[in-house]
Structures are given as C-alpha cells and as structure tokens.
Ligand binder design. Structure first.
Ligand code: IMP
Length: 193
C-alpha cells in the first residue's frame, strides 16, 4: 500500500514516512504548492488544502497542517507558525516570552486525507512548555524551544535535543497514528466490497 503525502516540508515528510512505516504504509512525496486558507484551526486549513490538492492530482492523498499555540500569547503563532518562524524565528519568540511565567504551549497537527469518497480529518496535539533558551540541533522549526510534557522527560529536553522523545510524543505522531489506524481499517473494508 502506497499513499501520497502532499507537502513542501521535507522534515514533515521524513517524520511521516517513519511513523507510517510502522503500520506498513509506504508514502510517496507529492510536491504541490498550495496557497493556504487563513483560519485559526489546523483542521480547517488542512481540509481546504486537501480539497485543492485532490482536485488537482485526482488521486488519493493526504496533507498535514500544524502549528505551535502559545497560551500566554493567545495562541500565537498558531496556524501562522511557518510565516512567524520566517519573520522572527526562535529568537523572536523567546524575546516575546521574556519575563513571561506561564510558558505553556501546544503543538497541534491535523492530517486530512481525500479520495473519491470525500475528506477525513485526524487531529493530534502535544502539550509542553517554551524553554528559556534554545537547545538542540535535531528536527526543524520550533523544536529547539519546545519541551514536551512527558513523564520520561525529567531532564526537560527540547524536541531538538531528543529525537526519540519527539518521535514518541509529537502532535504529528498522534494525528498520523489516528490516520494510520483508520486507513488500515478503511482498506480492509474496501477490499470486502
Ligand atoms: P504548515 O503546517 O506548513 O503551515 O507549517 C507549520 C509550521 O509550524 C512549521 O513550518 C513550523 O514552523 C511549525 N511546526 C509544525 N510542526 C512542528 C514541529 O514538529 N516542530 C517544530 N516546528 C513545527
């Protein structure tokens, strides 16, 4: 079984490839440039993108939209995370958080799959905190400043410091697991028909 993942982010593709591999699902990269909908919900952005991608490619495929939602900043940068990262980066976000005691934040991921039967959406999130300073070299985006809440993370490592921690607990891991479980079942039902 092979599925198309429409994304322009090679890091997302790499993470999805290794997570879905665990379910026997192989993925292919589809590089489609899609103008994203402006909306504060990752699910709505993913839904709009997958409809555009499917109408262009006319093949079953999925997309993923994600973002970092910082509580003390009323959810900023949220679905504008990629844009904000390009503008202010991790240094800028840490500057906005200088002196802020409530450092809670969550990463959210929405996977949207489309085929001839319509669209299905799967969401996942990961709660954590914005660190005091950048740490670690792995991953991408806000990984160096995000410390996930995890009982096995007593040393308060960021995603960028501990790739295995990210692979186990990330928002993308959670949305893709839901998607994979559903998809395995969906394929079985299809075969029966
Ligand atoms: P989009 O889903 O393409 O709109 O971009 C999401 C943006 O959120 C990325 O470009 C990153 O800046 C940020 N982001 C999403 N997931 C992660 C992650 O796993 N680690 C670090 N940053 C992330």
């Amino acid at each position: 079984m092979s599925l198309r993942f429409a994304t322009s982010n090679r890091h997302k593709f790499g993470e999805a490839k290794s997570i879905l591999n665990g379910y026997g699902i192989k993925i292919e990269h589809l590089n489609l440039a899609i103008d994203e909908l402006r909306n504060e919900s990752c699910a709505r952005v993913a839904e709009a993108s997958v409809k555009i991608a499917h109408s262009r490619a006319r093949k079953p495929l999925f997309v993923e939209d994600s973002g970092l939602f910082v509580r003390a900043l009323n959810g900023f940068p949220g679905t504008y995370s990629a844009w904000a990262f390009g503008k202010i980066g991790n240094e800028g976000l840490l500057r906005l958080m200088r002196g802020v005691r409530d450092r809670r934040a969550s990463f959210v991921s929405a996977v949207a799959y489309a085929d001839e039967n319509g669209v299905n959406i799967f969401e996942g999130s990961c709660e954590g905190k914005i660190s005091a300073r950048m740490a670690g070299k792995n991953g991408f985006g806000y990984d160096p400043i995000f410390v996930p809440d995890d009982s096995h993370n007593s040393s308060q490592k960021t995603f960028a410091q501990d790739g295995a921690l990210k692979a186990r607990t990330s928002h993308r891991r959670r949305s893709l697991e839901k998607f994979a479980n559903w998809h395995v079942d969906y394929q079985k039902q299809k075969k029966k028909r």
